[in-house]
Design a protein around this ligand. Structure first.
Ligand code: DSN
Length: 422
């Protein structure tokens, strides 16, 4: 490492801001020593880390390639055009915008670009797996637009007939599907048909499983004639933090204007460069194999939890994530389960379950997922061990010695797996 750019930057940071340097080192150790199971997190590529810390961060590029408001855009135009071309190819769309600074900004840009304030959007209820930006009353989108929410059935499936009836009753301008905590796949043909039946636009927010769609491991809504899909770039896709929008050509102008100047100023060109590289990686056969392993690992986790009689919301998973009802399984709320698992080096997040009787701060479950663990090279037998540790931890919340033993085992186990970029 001595003499390498990263060594030099570490030495500089250590002397100029030791507090932040030490926090960085601490976070690196934490990421190495524990098992990351938050389904929206991942370990990005070393190339992405390099680009995020590159001189592209210095550049302002308001506007779009060929139509910028500042000079000096030879290379920024090049990377943005390439990122958009790669996004269109990968997601089979006619238009792409890679400027959204985050998932929330990207969804807001679509609603505000394609709809009018007060328009009706049919979307999934938050506690059933939808996202805050899908019209949760606490989000600004929930006050600007009239969201009508559908729910899943007790077995976790969606009643498409009931959703069609809601559409017939409320005549939405947009039908939105996609989720952040729903462990099942979706019937995009049914959603498209429901949208068509009332003349609505069809939008899918595939943020959680955008990588799995890119890797052909899950269905692509664009293949079912959707108007627009949105995805964050840092979850299963493994890229930098950000958002991208892929749409039909007829929506290109409205979406672009909505992102800039509607919602944002200068895009983060270091992230745009990193998105371009991420999308190239996602075209490779190795990424497709990785996506299959993400799904296989989720199945292995679910099977092992079934052996331990742990209750999973919807009974299992068809994607990369699982939701455990910790109240029914262990008589522990999701907040306390998350804290206990943190103690043994397993990172999860507390999660509301459908129509949760408890509060979001101390809900009835936790959410876990396999993208990050799979990126580190963990396979099905490793998932079985992880399910055993989670079950053992939550069955023994007050046994400090036992938790200490599990923590040591987790730590030793993690030492076998490199963290990309470290
Ligand atoms: N925070 C993301 C997730 O965990 O699903 C969505 O905003």
């Amino acid at each position: 490492m001595n003499g390498s750019p990263s060594h030099n930057y570490r030495t500089r940071l250590q002397s100029s801001d030791p507090a932040i340097h030490d926090a960085l080192v601490g976070e690196e150790k934490r990421q190495q020593a524990g098992i990351e199971l938050i389904p929206s997190e991942n370990y990005t590529y070393p190339e992405v880390l390099e680009l995020l810390g590159s001189v592209f961060t210095n550049k302002y590029s308001e506007g779009y390639p060929g139509k910028r408001y500042y000079g000096g855009q030879k290379y920024t135009d090049f990377i943005e055009i390439l990122a958009c071309e790669r996004a269109k190819k990968l997601f089979r769309g006619e238009h792409a915008n890679v400027q959204p600074l985050s998932g929330s900004a990207m969804n807001q840009a679509v609603y505000l670009g394609l709809l009018k304030p007060g328009d009706t959007i049919l979307a999934m209820e938050l506690s059933h797996g939808g996202h805050l930006t899908h019209g949760a009353p606490v989000s600004h989108m929930g006050t600007i637009f009239n969201f009508v929410r559908y729910k899943s059935l007790p077995d976790g499936t969606l009643d498409y007939h009931a959703i069609a009836q809601l559409a017939e009753k409320h005549k939405p301008q947009m039908v939105l599907c996609g989720y952040s905590s729903y462990p099942r796949d979706l019937d995009y043909a049914a959603f498209r048909q429901i949208a068509d039946s009332v003349g609505a636009l069809a939008m899918a927010d595939i943020s959680h499983y955008g990588g799995l769609v890119a890797g052909n491991a899950m269905a692509n809504p664009m293949d079912f004639g959707f108007d627009v899909i949105t995805t964050t770039t840092h979850k299963s896709l493994r890229g930098p933090r950000g958002g991208l929008i892929v749409s039909k050509l007829k929506h290109a102008k409205a979406i672009d204007k909505s992102v800039f100047p509607g919602l944002q100023g200068g895009p983060h060109m270091n992230a745009v460069a990193a998105i371009a590289t991420t999308l190239l990686k996602a075209q490779q056969p190795a990424f497709k194999e990785h996506c299959q392993q993400v799904l296989a690992n989720a199945q292995a986790l679910a099977e092992q939890f079934h052996k331990h009689a742990v209750t999973l919301v919807t009974g299992g998973t068809e994607n990369h994530l699982l939701v455990i009802n910790t109240i029914v399984s262990f008589d522990i709320n999701g907040h306390d389960a998350q804290e206990l698992l943190d103690q043994v080096g397993i990172t999860t997040n507390k999660q509301v379950i459908p129509d949760d009787p408890l509060s979001p701060a101390r809900p009835s479950g936790i959410r876990i997922g396999t993208p990050a663990a799979t990126t580190r090279g963990m396979l099905e037998p490793d998932m079985m061990k992880i399910a055993d540790w989670i079950t053992d931890t939550l069955n023994n919340p007050n046994d400090a010695n036992h938790l200490e033993t599990i923590s040591r085992q987790v730590n030793q186990f993690c030492a076998q797996f490199d963290v990309p970029g470290l």
